[in-house]
Design a protein around this ligand. Structure first.
Ligand code: NDP
Length: 320
């Protein structure tokens, strides 16, 4: 599916909160997978299962053995892997190592006419720079952000964000849809990493909240598994569904008018900090948000919602 989460998407109806593309019936294509760590191996396994002609290369060659037993062809170099297939999927640890790999020992010449799909995690600026280099070598470039762990590849909850060459995305759907739902964000190659990193930021915020909550429960000798399943998850789901869309609309409009819980009420006293300290729980995770909430109230925004804290992270005037 295509997603428009540009700032002027006023309807807000197709943003990344409505990810919905289906794994399609896939046409058989040739695809090379460069990088066979946990994720690259999962991708190659799913591609083989979908019936594609899969060529693999990994710096440590023995990691390809299991895939070769399942029917993959082994390439002896990155250049050979690139030469073997229409679509070249790159999944290695560091973005900085991708460009040298694609330029080494004849690989650059082999790139002409290929579609490079790089799902190595990086930044928007890195994606734009690599897209320029790849297109200078006569290939088309797609950047991908995998929103799944290896075990979820090929399962319904897995999706991958893509940005870059639109025609190449459409032509490669047979391959891409074999391992996850494909979400196309736009021609700017930086969009996939931007959205990927924003989603990971949301995830780490949730993990941070979980860790503090779990520490509080354990400090009172409570069972964290039962707490998480029975009350924390329902609570977080309800908060996500009820609060996040409204806060997002406030951020987009700049109107932080409160809809129930004003910020001054929330910082009126430090109940979480006091209880945590009394139970021997560090407040290191909670403190940064707490300080920002207090600062926002001190700046005169106590009657607004917590969404206004965003103005302390990135003032509206700084928008691109
Ligand atoms: P692993 O650590 O399991 O594997 C890393 C891979 O990168 C190995 O194949 C390794 O080769 C290769 N590699 C590292 N440096 C180089 C280099 N200089 N030249 C060539 N190959 C190199 O990582 P993952 O497979 O888990 O992750 C790969 C990418 O996927 C990362 O960018 C990660 O952010 C992304 N990703 C991973 C997810 C996950 O849950 N695992 C989720 C979403 C994205 P060698 O075997 O020789 O060491």
């Amino acid at each position: 599916m295509a997603v428009d989460n540009s700032a002027d998407n006023s309807a807000g109806n197709s943003a990344a909160n409505s990810v919905e593309s289906a794994v399609r019936g896939t046409a058989r294509q040739s695809v090379s997978v460069i990088g066979l760590g946990d994720m690259g191996t999962a991708l190659a396994t799913a591609l083989l299962a979908a019936g594609h002609q899969v060529t693999v290369w990994n710096r440590t060659a023995r990691k390809a053995d299991g895939l070769v037993e399942k029917g993959a062809r082994r390439a002896e170099s990155p250049a050979a892997a690139i030469a073997a297939s229409e679509v070249v999927l790159v999944c290695i640890l560091d973005y900085a190592d991708v460009a040298p790999l694609l330029a080494a020992d004849g690989a650059g010449a082999a790139l002409k006419g290929r579609v490079v799909v790089n799902v190595t995690n990086g930044s928007p600026a890195e994606a734009r720079a690599l897209a320029d280099r790849v297109s200078d070598l006569g290939a088309e470039y797609l950047d991908g952000g995998i929103m799944a762990v290896p075990d979820l590849i090929g399962k319904p909850s897995a999706f991958v964000l893509y940005s870059g060459a639109k025609d190449a995305f459409e032509r490669s759907r047979g391959v891409l849809d074999s391992f996850a739902r494909s979400v196309y964000l736009g021609t700017d190659p930086g969009l996939a990493p931007l959205n990927d990193l924003a989603l990971l930021s949301g995830m780490y915020g949730m993990f941070g909240g979980f860790l503090h909550a779990a520490a509080l429960m354990r400090s009172a000798d409570r069972n964290v598994t039962a707490f998480t399943r029975e009350v924390l998850m329902p609570w977080l789901r309800a908060m996500a569904e009820n609060q996040l869309p409204a806060m997002a609309a406030q951020v987009d409009s700049g109107d932080y008018g409160v809809t129930g819980s004003n910020l001054a009420m929330q910082v009126s006293h430090d109940a979480i900090g006091d209880a945590s300290r009394a139970q021997g729980v560090s407040t290191e995770l909670f403190d940064p948000l707490w300080e920002l909430m207090k600062r926002r109230v001190a700046d005169g925004h106590g009657q607004e919602s917590i969404g206004g804290v965003l103005e302390l992270l990135h003032p509206r005037e700084r928008r691109a």
